[in-house]
Design a protein around this ligand. Structure first.
Ligand code: HEM
Length: 186
């Protein structure tokens, strides 16, 4: 009798163990796996510094407002990776109109992004997932089919106006419930 009870409980444990192995926790969003708001913010800041120091592409940024660009880039990456943001900037074709961006310059910007992701030790699967989200945007930005880099910003490019100071202060991420900032706004 004791042997039978022992056999049944072993069988039960085996079945429960096998079931637990097949039922996995749902996969976290890319936003969460990248480290959420703080990590995305730090990655975009580093990436922007790299881009502004890169002579292959930095001429394109000469007339633009940096706080606005950082704001929308963070918001866009947060939204596109499954985070709690809603992208409120312009569509990519309008935002990059008359910049004369070449294929080579788009590639240079992606190289700068990969250098930043490596610096932050972002694992390869997450890097690939992020690049796969950005890659289809290429055709909306590239206006010149050439491998050239360091091409000048055309004179007819008109930069977007700066955002209001209040908006920049609030930041591109939604306020967390219960935070000082959200309490003040109520
Ligand atoms: C996947 C690649 C890219 C993404 C996701 C991206 C994203 C963005 C976003 C979100 C904005 C702000 C839109 C707004 O102001 O409403 C922006 C603006 C801008 N982007 Fe990109 N961009 C990319 C590639 C590039 C490349 C390759 C260049 C140049 C080499 C570039 C140069 C600029 C500049 C100069 C602005 C400011 C425009 C202005 O002042 O009106 N971007 N981009």
């Amino acid at each position: 009798m004791r042997k039978l009870a022992c056999l049944i409980s072993s069988l039960f444990l085996f079945v429960v163990g096998a079931y637990a192995q097949t039922v996995q926790a749902p996969k976290k969003s890319l936003y969460e796996r990248l480290g959420g708001e703080a990590a995305i913010s730090a990655v975009v800041d580093d990436f922007a510094q790299r881009v502004l120091a890169d002579p292959r592409i930095n001429q394109k940024f000469a007339k633009s407002n940096a706080p606005r660009l950082l704001y929308f880039l963070k918001q866009q990456i947060c939204a596109a990776t499954g985070g709690p943001c809603k992208y409120q900037g312009r569509d990519m074709k309008t935002a990059h109109k008359n910049m004369g961006i070449t294929n080579g310059e788009f590639n240079a910007l992606v190289e700068d992004l990969v250098a930043t992701l490596n610096k932050f030790n972002v694992p390869k699967p997450e890097q690939d997932e992020l690049l796969a989200i950005l890659a289809p945007m290429r055709s909306q930005m590239v206006e010149v089919q050439s491998d050239a880099t360091g091409t000048p910003l055309p004179a007819n490019f008109k930069p977007a106006p700066p955002l209001p100071e209040k908006k920049i202060k609030e930041g591109p991420f939604p306020k967390k419930k219960g935070s000082m900032k959200s309490a003040k706004r109520r």
